[in-house]
Write a new protein. Structure first.
Length: 364
């Protein structure tokens, strides 16, 4: 039997590494699509920080000699801030990406998927974007709040399975782009997380604006209930250069033009609304939204939201804006749930978004 010398083994190993590196290089250079895989990502900077928030002070006097478990006055409580984890790759693009989650979720909904694939954060990080992943006030790592609230322990997994259009429990929607195995379902339900207190929309908007103050120019991603605070963050902070909204639950209309079914609150002054017309906006909706009224309340809910979205885009564009509503089945992409960014075809969706970013000159 022929035995290779250590020197020859090292030389052979080096050649394999070089070959793999060259192969990866040419693969990256010949493709305009989102880079995937498990190759190393070179990070220039990463960290975490709190953004925004309040300081509440109680009446009375604090006595440092008393035991910690004895309630005292004269103390402060820092809360109502956002918690942010960020990563900046080497040679990052001009605009970072700031991600705001939806109801019952945290930044984890952008980081991974129910079956453990790469989430939007890693997909876009691999393609040169700095990413800022936010836990809004009162959620996830930003649990410290100044106003208490009731956290329930009522079982409700099946409600969300249905509301998020995975199917009408216990049945999955036909052709759904969601993993059906029990482990993935278990992972998905364990991503749900409650509000830790009472947090106003204004508090979320102030915290998100503080995030944008730190991130600089950015593309704001929102999901579901994060949609309305997202519109108002874009109005408040000029560092928002574009909004990509994944199935927002409501919309910011100008005063006098608010439809009855909108879940985005009362109208805002026209001059404030017009700030949304200064940036490109795209809104994506998944599948299984019926054209006609059905017996399923969850489906009727999204039917109304999609109709409101289309009406909102017309108002934005009538005032000189650039808002596009994309109902994925209408462009041939079927099977998506409410969690478009983590469905089985999330790379295809990321490529669709990348194309839009390029068209708007936001991929530099």
């Amino acid at each position: 039997m022929k035995i290779l010398s250590l020197k020859k083994i090292k030389q052979s190993t080096a050649l394999v590494i070089i070959a793999i590196t060259i192969s990866q290089f040419f693969t990256a250079c010949t493709s305009t699509k989102q880079t995937m895989g498990n190759t190393p990502i070179t990070i220039q900077q990463q960290g975490s920080f709190s953004a925004g928030g309040t300081v509440k002070k109680s009446e009375g006097t604090f006595d440092a000699l008393k035991p910690w478990h004895e309630q005292q006055g004269g103390q402060t409580r820092h809360g109502d801030h956002a918690d942010v984890f960020f990563q900046i790759p080497v040679n990052s693009k001009r605009n970072a990406m700031v991600f705001l989650h939806g109801y019952g979720q945290s930044r984890r909904s952008w980081q991974t998927t129910a079956d453990g694939r790469q989430g939007f954060a890693d997909i876009f990080l691999r393609n040169g974007y700095g990413v800022y992943l936010v836990d809004q006030p009162g959620r996830g790592a930003a649990g410290q709040v100044s106003s208490p609230g009731q956290i329930t322990a009522t079982p409700d997994d099946q409600t969300w399975f249905t509301q998020f259009r995975i199917g009408l429990y216990p049945n999955f929607n036909e052709g759904v782009q969601f993993p059906k195995d029990s482990l993935s379902m278990d992972n998905f339900f364990r991503m749900m997380t409650p509000n830790t207190g009472t947090v106003s929309e204004e508090t979320i908007v102030n915290a998100m604006s503080a995030v944008l103050d730190k991130s600089g120019a950015g593309i704001l991603f929102t999901h579901s209930a994060g949609g309305v605070p997202g519109w108002k963050t874009a109005i408040k902070n000029s560092n928002v250069k574009a909004v990509i909204a994944i199935e927002p639950g409501g919309f910011a209309f100008p005063e006098g033009e608010v439809p009855a079914d909108n879940r985005g609150g009362k109208g805002i002054p026209l001059e404030e609304f017009k700030k949304l017309t200064k940036i490109p906006i795209v809104v994506y909706f998944g599948d299984y939204i019926p054209k006609e009224e059905t017996k399923a309340s969850s489906l009727n809910f999204w039917r109304n939201v999609l109709a409101t979205a289309r009406q909102w885009a017309k108002v934005v564009n009538a005032h000189g804006g650039d808002a596009t509503i994309v109902y994925l089945p209408e462009i041939g992409i079927k099977g998506n749930t409410h969690f478009i960014m983590s469905d089985l075809n999330n790379v295809e969706i990321a490529n669709l978004i990348a194309k839009w970013l390029k068209e708007k000159g936001l991929d530099k």
